[in-house]
Structures are given as structure tokens and as C-alpha cells.
Design a protein around this ligand. Structure first.
Ligand SMILES: Cc1cc2nc3c(=O)[nH]c(=O)nc-3n(C[C@H](O)[C@H](O)[C@H](O)COP(=O)(O)OP(=O)(O)OC[C@H]3O[C@@H](n4cnc5c(N)ncnc54)[C@H](O)[C@@H]3O)c2cc1C
Length: 387
């Protein structure tokens, strides 16, 4: 377990922490109110070399380990969960291109993604195909020398603000999950359009869109990996990126714990700080344990990722534990704030709305548990793994 942190990890954590506290946190409440997409903050993440932390240096990245990326995400999420959602959606798109694109495609797309000039988006979900990705209807049909993409996606983070969109579509509509292929799409291309940003309960400045494809022409150099392998790529990229969502959850949970601790030490009832009441201490103690367990679980999964191990189980455990623990921590933090925690003017009220999505996107908690159970039933040897 790489704990305590290396010098390089601490340095990256410090750079992102300073940015998050000084530049991100001050405007987070206002962006939540307006829903305005923080394009300037995304650009700043690029300037800080924080958009390609794990990318090899030859593609413009820093070539660092996965835990360092988690540390950066935690800091961003601590300041603004919405910016962390934009950031993690970018990493999800990167995961597909880095994992499966040709060398030529990597050279073409990754440097701009690493320097923040091309934000990534990942377009899988459709109105009638969420957890069941094999049911997607968007199709890419062969027309002469090129592909024609038609259909629509929904809830796509970053889509209209992106420089690169990874789109999944059926190239063999009769083949279900095995008929899905992946494409790199230019958001400015003719034949693609976007809805207005969708109005959401939380992470409100992390815009999501419906995306429409109407006979969008794609050359063969836009196909990622093998035809028909897109379903596997999507799931594998999600396994790898779920640890980023865990880090986002952990950053939000740490902020909630700090807010609760601060409130409990200043709020006086019955002549005492409420921090002195055992009922409050029990909540704070449980919150701290929930945060620590979730961080260690995410870092374990990051080490598994860097060791090249199968991430289905570790990625799902990390995402499940961190998102469920985060929601529990934020809920207790609201409880400690009493009525003040229910008011729009309090930061914890925003965190309560922001945290809810963690148990839904990049695979719901139910899907994580089913994935874990599936691995348990097939290949996992618990005693062997512990030996
Ligand atoms: C803010 C936000 C941002 C998003 N960003 C993106 C993005 O960038 N790209 C993208 O592609 N998608 C994105 N999504 C979509 C997200 O990944 C899906 O919402 C999620 O995967 C769940 O799919 P669904 O909403 O269709 O729910 P459904 O799949 O319809 O699920 C509904 C309920 O049924 C349960 N369920 C479904 N199947 C089973 C089963 N077999 N067994 C037990 N329970 C089951 C689910 O757990 C859930 O409780 C985003 C969503 C949100 C809210």
C-alpha cells in the first residue's frame, strides 16, 4: 500500500490543493446557482498539467501513477463536486483512447486532452439503454468508404463543451453487446447536435446533454480498436475509471466531515458546544471511519490498476464503498447542522445534492454489487488472494 505518500504525490496534491482552495472553492456556490460551465477552471487544470496525470509523457502527460490522479480528484471534489465530475468524465474518455486506440490515434488526440484544450466526453447511455448497454439503438452503418452514425445519447457529461467525444454505437445491430463499436467523434462535426444543458438536482455546473447524431459521417480512422469490441471496451474503461468516482466521493466526504466538525465546535445548545455531546461524537467518529475506509479502498484499487490486474472487482468495490460512505457521511453532516443544514445558503445542503449522483452514474450501486458478485462466483479465490 503506497501510504504515506511519495514526494511526487505530495507535490501534485499540493499544486491541485492550492488551485482548488484559491480558485475553485470561492465560486462553487455561485456556479451551483447559475449552472454555468466553468470553462476557465478546466483550462487552468490543463495549465497545471493535471488533465493527463497518468498519461505517458510521450503523449503530453505526466506519466504518474493512478493514486496521484486520485489525490488530485479528491482535492478538486473537496472544493467543488461539479468540477470533479467534469474532470472524472474527461478521464473516462481518456481511459478508452489510451487503452484501445491505435498509436496514430493516440498521437492525434491525446496531447490536446492532456493539455486541457480538448476536454473528453464518453457517450454510452441512451434514453432506453442505461445499465443494459447491449440494448443501445444508436447505430453506425457502412456507407461506401465511411460510416454513417445515427441515433441519440443522453445524460452525457461535458458533451457540448468537449473537444473529443468517445461514442459507442451498434455496427452489427443483431449482435447485442457484441455488436457495439467505439468511435472518436469531433463535437464540431456536421451531423451532431446537442440539447441545452439538462437541469439537475446536484453537480449543477457539470453540464450533461442529450446528443443527437443524424447521418454523421465517420472515416475508418475514427474507429477505436476492433469492430464489435466496443461493449467490452466501455465496461473495461468504466472499471478503470470507477476509482476516479471513488476519489470524487472521498473528496466530497472529507469536505462534509470538516464542515460538520467546524459547525459542531461552534454551535452551542443547552449551554455546551454540541461537539461535547456523545450523540454528535458518535456521528463524527463514524464519519471519519467511513472516509478512511473509502480512501484506503480506492488506493488499493489504484494499486491493483497500476499492477495491471483485473479491475472488475476492485473497481466496483472502491466505487460502491466510497459512494455509499460519502452519502452516509454527508447525510450525517446535514444532521449535525440541524435546520441550518437544510438551508440553501449552507454549503452542506449543496454537498447533499451533489453526493446523490455518485450512487447512480458510472454504474449504479446495484450494478456494482452484481459485478462484484459475478466475479466472486466465477474466478475469485479469496484465500489465495490473501495468502
Ligand atoms: C449527472 C449524470 C451524469 C452522467 N454522465 C454520463 C456520461 O458522461 N456518459 C454516459 O454514457 N452516461 C452518463 N450518465 C448516465 C449514467 O451512467 C446512468 O444514469 C446509469 O448508468 C444508470 O442508467 P439509467 O439511468 O438508465 O438507469 P437504469 O439502468 O434504467 O436503472 C434504473 C434502476 O434499475 C436498477 N437496475 C437496472 N438493471 C438492474 C439489474 N439487472 N438488476 C438490479 N437492478 C437493476 C438500477 O440499479 C437503478 O436503480 C450520467 C448520469 C447522470 C445522472
Amino acid at each position: 500500500m503506497p501510504y504515506p505518500l511519495s514526494e511526487v504525490q505530495q507535490e501534485m496534491q499540493g499544486v491541485v490543493r492550492a488551485f482548488a482552495r484559491n480558485e475553485v472553492m470561492p465560486g462553487a456556490a455561485e456556479r451551483d446557482r447559475t449552472g454555468e460551465f466553468p470553462a476557465d477552471l478546466v483550462r487552468r487544470l490543463g495549465e497545471l498539467d493535471a488533465m493527463g496525470i497518468c498519461l505517458p509523457e510521450r503523449f503530453g502527460g505526466l506519466g504518474l501513477d493512478s493514486q496521484t490522479q486520485l489525490l488530485a480528484i479528491e482535492q478538486v471534489a473537496y472544493a467543488d463536486a461539479a468540477l470533479a465530475s467534469i474532470y472524472t468524465a474527461h478521464f473516462l474518455a481518456l481511459e478508452v483512447i489510451l487503452g484501445y486506440a491505435s498509436e496514430e490515434q493516440k498521437e492525434r488526440f491525446l496531447p490536446a486532452m492532456a493539455d486541457g484544450t480538448a476536454l473528453g466526453a464518453f457517450a454510452l447511455t441512451e434514453p432506453d439503454s442505461g445499465s443494459d448497454i447491449g440494448g443501445m439503438a444508436t447505430s453506425a452503418r457502412r456507407h461506401g468508404e465511411a460510416w454513417s452514425l445515427s441515433g441519440g445519447k443522453t445524460f452525457i457529461s461535458n458533451a457540448a463543451d468537449a473537444g473529443v467525444i468517445v461514442v459507442f454505437a451498434k455496427t452489427d445491430p443483431g449482435a447485442g453487446f457484441r455488436g457495439i463499436s467505439a468511435f472518436v467523434v469531433d463535437p464540431q462535426a456536421e451531423g451532431i447536435s446537442f440539447s441545452a444543458p439538462q437541469d439537475k438536482c446536484g453537480i449543477r455546473s457539470a453540464a450533461t446533454y442529450s446528443v443527437f447524431f443524424d447521418d454523421l459521417r465517420l472515416e475508418d480512422d475514427r474507429v477505436i480498436g476492433d469492430l464489435g469490441a466496443g461493449g467490452k471496451m466501455a465496461l473495461s474503461a468504466l472499471n478503470g475509471a470507477r476509482i476516479d468516482i471513488a476519489a470524487m466521493a472521498n473528496g466530497i466526504a472529507m469536505r462534509a466531515l470538516d464542515l460538520a466538525e467546524g459547525f459542531a465546535t461552534s454551535r452551542v445548545q443547552f449551554g455546551s458546544k454540541i461537539r461535547d455531546f456523545q450523540a454528535i461524537q458518535l456521528m463524527l467518529g463514524e464519519m471519519d471511519a467511513e472516509v478512511e475506509v473509502a480512501r484506503l479502498t480506492a488506493w488499493w484499487a489504484a494499486a491493483e490498476k497500476d499492477a495491471g490486474r483485473d479491475l472488475r472487482r476492485a473497481g466496483s468495490i472502491a466505487k460502491f464503498v466510497a459512494s455509499e460512505n460519502c452519502f452516509s457521511v454527508v447525510d450525517k453532516a446535514v444532521q449535525i447542522h440541524g435546520g441550518a443544514g437544510f438551508m440553501r445558503e449552507s454549503e452542506i445542503e449543496r454537498l447533499y445534492r451533489d453526493a446523490r449522483v455518485l450512487r447512480i452514474f458510472e454504474g449504479t450501486s446495484q450494478i456494482q454489487l452484481m459485478t462484484i458478485a459475478g466475479v466472486l462466483a466465477s474466478t475469485y479465490d479469496r484465500l489465495g488472494a490473501l495468502a
